[in-house]
Design a protein around this ligand. Structure first.
Ligand SMILES: Nc1ncnc2c1ncn2[C@@H]1O[C@H](COP(=O)(O)OP(=O)(O)OP(=O)(O)O)[C@@H](O)[C@H]1O
Ligand SMILES: [Mg+2]
Length: 258
């Protein structure tokens, strides 16, 4: 594995008295699949929110390819190649499936956002350019035959996959997913796993927050375990599964699904 694409040092996010993230540090090698696990409220989503720029940290440092990005907005980070999906699905449910993916491309195309809803000049031109690429992504994610359906009419699992396609349209180098397997059936989880492995083969770095341990243990190069906003343990799937602290705080509880 090559050098670290992300380096986090003493990262903290406090909301008043709540120490959602409290002094965590980790390094993520480029082209690896890193997962973050831990009980509910451990600070996993907040960590993704800090890495992606949804929140600015209370203190600490985030370096991307050796450059500090702490103060950059979510939008600026997407331009640098950092993309993510959210724990709660955030699609444009009234738009078609393919238009949701095309909206993901707009970051690189300077289209006024209202033109997605009221098609006009730039959008119409851009749509043609992006259509083929969007269909490729939909094919990759198993939704090509649903391209013209309304996003809101898709099953829950398909909506989650569509979120992934839309985030991939921004052409990320680091791709973060917050509980992508939540609500998916076993077949869908298997498919998700195969897609994430393919993305890794295409030189993407993946950061996965997940409670589905079958997925985590099958896919992770490294697992970072959090509890109460703090570091608890990190290691390979085998090391994490046999660590008494991790078992006591998380794996032995009902929070982790196997
Ligand atoms: N915007 C916010 N304002 C106040 N408190 C917050 C905010 N966001 C998160 N928290 C608190 O920070 C802590 C960590 O939350 P976070 O959502 O990061 O946990 P999580 O590990 O993702 O949990 P889950 O597995 O349930 O998704 C929780 O106590 C939560 O209530
Ligand atoms: Mg969460």
């Amino acid at each position: 594995m090559s050098e670290n694409i992300l380096e986090v040092t003493n990262l903290c996010k406090h909301f008043g008295g709540v120490k959602a993230v409290d002094g965590i540090s980790f390094k993520i090698p480029a082209n690896s699949i890193q997962t973050i696990i831990g009980p509910n409220g451990a600070g996993k989503s907040t960590t993704l929110n800090l890495l992606s720029g949804v929140y600015l940290p209370t203190s600490g440092s985030i370096k991307y390819n050796g450059v500090e990005i702490n103060t950059l907005s979510l939008h600026q980070r997407v331009h640098l190649g950092i993309a993510r999906t959210f724990q709660k699905i955030r699609l444009f449910k009234q738009l078609s499936v393919i238009d949701n993916v095309i909206a993901g491309f707009h970051i690189h195309h300077k289209i006024p956002f209202w033109q997605y809803f009221i098609p006009a000049g730039e959008y119409k031109k851009n749509r043609l350019e992006c259509q083929a690429q969007a269909l490729e992504l939909l094919d990759f994610i198993g939704l090509k035959d649903k391209a013209n359906e309304r996003a809101g009419s898709l099953s829950y699992g398909s909506q989650r996959m569509l979120e992934i396609a839309r985030a991939l349209a921004t052409k990320p180098k680091v791709f973060m997913l917050d509980e992508p397997a939540a609500g998916l059936n076993d077949t869908e989880v298997q498919f998700l796993m195969s897609r994430l492995k393919l993305l890794q083969q295409q030189n993407m770095t993946i950061i996965l927050v997940e409670h589905n341990m079958k997925l985590v243990m099958n896919i992770a190069d490294q697992i970072f375990v959090m509890d109460h906003g703090e570091y608890l343990f990190d290691g390979s799937p085998a090391e994490v599964q046999s660590n008494p602290k991790v078992i006591a705080a998380y794996l032995g509880s009902e929070g982790a699904t196997v």
